[in-house]
Design a protein around this ligand. Structure first.
Ligand SMILES: [Mg+2]
Length: 189
């Protein structure tokens, strides 16, 4: 089968990692329980930053956020490796800017994710993900972002939300831990 994955906040814990970096950079100590209540993808409000200051902060830290020590979610690496081992196809579909494509691939490999050059798509806008997902004829697609997930609901594939504080309002199947993937696939087959 063909499995498609968004990367940021689906396979790796990017926002929480950025949250720690914001604390460090701003010399603050905003606690993690605040993080878990943020209902938006953007995290700047927790630091009393305006949207503009928030995007400046994100852009200035982008390299560090993407390419240093952001941890994969528990079981994500092992689960994707196991899919490959079983002969399934693993695709990555990320809206990260095109300029980050090659380094993102390298980072994924260095962190143990199985990456095939022909199964890595980067640099599209969120609403354009649907075109790639259609073309690839995926069986499963996993993402965290409401604005993306909502565009996919009429497609003939299993769309699954990676559970997060900002996607609770979506009533679609969700996965809280990557250790659940095998059971989800069994249930659907
Ligand atoms: Mg994402």
């Amino acid at each position: 089968m063909k499995f498609g994955f968004d990367i940021d906040d689906t396979l790796i814990n990017l926002r929480e990692y950025a949250f720690h970096l914001y604390n460090k950079k701003l010399n603050k100590n905003v606690q993690l329980d605040v993080f878990h209540t943020i209902k938006t993808l953007e995290i700047h409000e927790a630091f009393d930053l305006t949207a503009e200051q928030g995007s400046e902060m994100w852009n200035s830290l982008q390299d560090e956020i993407y390419f240093s020590a952001c941890p994969p979610f528990p079981h994500a690496v092992e689960t994707l490796q196991e899919l490959e081992r079983q002969g399934h196809e693993v695709y990555y579909i990320t809206a990260r800017d095109k300029e980050f494509g090659e380094r993102t691939k390298k980072w994924l490999l260095e962190n143990g994710f199985p990456v095939n050059d022909d199964r890595f798509y980067c640099g599209m806008k969120d609403p354009e993900k649907i075109n790639i997902i259609k073309e690839l004829d995926l069986d499963y697609y996993f993402d965290d972002k409401p604005a993306v997930l909502e565009t996919l609901l009429d497609l003939p594939l299993q769309v699954i939300a990676k559970d997060n504080s900002y996607n609770q309002h979506l009533s679609i199947p969700r996965l809280t831990s990557w250790s659940e993937l095998e059971a989800i696939v069994k249930q659907n087959s």
